[in-house]
Design a protein around this ligand. Structure first.
Ligand code: SAH
Length: 466
């Protein structure tokens, strides 16, 4: 982060603007919206500034002594020497200074602003792409109803009352989330503020302020890696969770979407290195919820596909703990899409099976006969270690040696890498390519479509060997 975003309280503070053209006028307007007492210093006063009220105007050229007494200064002249002198003097006196369009001379810069006072959103590109910041602002402007300000004012009026009535901080947070996301907010947005206020009072009175029995678990599918493959529901629940319990396959990018103050607990497993046994994870979730926390249990892909999500909620169910399950994009869908390999296709495969290639006691217990049948796609999760054995078994049970097969490493992420070959060649190729888990294997003639339909290139790319 090149600049720290902070919000400056300028109410009744003396601020100086050097220059009085159109650009200065825009800065004066901003300062006055923040309640500053503004002095303008310039030899020539432009029309817009001349028409402004409540300004102190000094019609003269700038000298260093002019700066004493000011809390903040903006230099908006078209004279580089004056701008440089203002910057130098302010810096010497430790007064925050902005020279318009000159970040090099400025100790602070102005962000693009979405003003829904008291909600204010500031966006900055640190001076590197102001147009991008403005485009983002336009997006936010259209996304955030103007009535957000009124909603914040309503909340402000009831802040102390809610604090007194609802003593437990997490419960209070839930109360406000309900206010801001439900019917009360909708009423404010449609202009029915009185109805909104009545509803707020009603829901406040309905709360037992001393209750702390509100824990819940959200079993969330985090998808195969890319954060923008999360569902809206996953994002919303993740952002309201007090604790995040996550696995190895969940990317940092996704963990970062949780609340900053949420506790993050890693319970990931690596092959043969179980850092927390599954029964302990099940109980951990139950205990956290019992202590009144909202727990986001993040799992790679979909929780119900090779994710042991069922076992986790069985424990919750047995202990009477509320939970919700949010489906995620499973690795098979994610990897297939990002590799340009349709899992079914009228000319190739009328069915698709997902199997695990995880070796139990060094044996893969799969129905090889069934998996060797034609006109289907076989997707193998956790199959990297057993790849050689899997290919050999399929050939032994009747699959053609030249049946196309793809191995996708870290699918959907920028580290995605694809190796394609045949049942006979792939195990050797994978060794040569130095592939690492997580990887997904797709077997079937649909893999031959990859050359034609491949569209996504991670940084590591593609190695086609069919
Ligand atoms: N519940 C998960 C699967 C968990 S099992 C889901 O629905 O996707 C873990 C296996 O999933 C890994 O060994 C690998 O085979 C596969 N996998 C998960 N994410 C992957 C990714 N981004 N790229 C390739 N394979 C992935």
């Amino acid at each position: 982060m090149d600049y720290l975003p902070i919000f400056f309280n300028l109410k009744e503070q003396h601020c100086l603007v050097v220059g009085a053209g159109d650009i200065a006028a825009r800065k004066i307007e901003l300062l006055s919206r923040a309640g500053a007492k503004i002095t303008v210093l310039a030899q020539e006063i432009g029309e817009a500034v001349g028409a402004m009220q409540y300004l102190t105007i000094q019609q003269k050229s700038f000298v260093p002594d002019d700066l004493s007494q000011f809390k903040l200064v903006i230099s908006a002249t078209n004279n580089p020497e004056t701008n440089a002198l203002v910057a130098k003097t302010a810096t010497e006196q430790s007064i925050p200074v902005n020279v318009v369009d000159n970040p090099g001379l400025s100790s602070f810069i102005f962000p693009a602003i979405v003003d829904r006072s008291p909600i204010v959103i500031a966006i900055s590109s640190g001076g590197s792409a102001p147009v991008l910041a403005r485009l983002l602002r336009a997006k936010l402007e259209s996304l955030i109803p103007p009535a957000y300000g009124r909603l914040a004012c309503l909340a402000d009026r009831y802040r102390d009352k809610v604090k007194q009535h609802v003593k437990h901080v997490p419960l209070r947070r839930i109360f406000w989330e309900t206010v801001f996301q439900g019917n009360i907010a909708e009423q404010v947005f449609s202009g029915n503020e009185q109805i909104a206020e009545n509803l707020l009072i009603q829901s406040l009175n309905a709360i037992d302020g001393n209750d702390n029995n509100y824990g819940e678990v959200y079993l969330i599918g985090a998808g195969p890696g890319a954060a923008d493959l999360l569902t809206f529901r996953a994002l919303r629940l993740l952002q309201q969770a007090d604790v995040v319990v996550y696995d190895r396959l969940v990317s940092d990018e996704i963990i970062d979407l949780a609340r900053r103050d949420a506790e993050k607990i890693y319970v990931g497993k690596q092959r043969q290195n179980h850092s927390l046994p599954q029964p302990d994870i099940n109980q951990l979730l139950a205990d956290l919820a019992k202590s009144g926390k909202r727990v986001a249990r993040l799992k790679g892909g979909d929780p119900f596909i090779f994710g042991r999500g069922g076992e986790e909620i069985e424990t919750l169910m047995a202990q009477g703990i509320p939970f919700q399950v949010v489906p995620g994009i499973t690795a098979a869908s994610g990897c297939a899409s990002y590799a340009g390999i349709p899992l079914t296709h009228r000319d190739h495969a009328q069915s698709c099976v997902f199997v695990t290639g995880h070796l139990k006691d060094d044996r893969v217990n799969l129905n090889w006969k069934q998996l060797s049948l034609p006109n289907q796609t076989v997707v193998i999760y956790m199959g990297l270690v057993g790849l050689e054995l899997i290919c050999a078994a399929l050939i032994a049970h009747g699959s053609p040696k030249d049946l196309p097969i793809a191995l996708i490493q870290q699918g959907t992420t920028d580290k995605q890498k694809i190796v394609t070959g045949t049942l006979a060649t792939l195990p050797g190729l994978v060794v040569d390519e130095g592939i690492k888990a997580p990887t997904l294997i797709i077997i079937g003639t649909v893999v031959s479509l990859h050359d034609k339909l491949s569209w996504f290139t991670g940084t590591l790319g593609d190695s086609s060997n069919v």
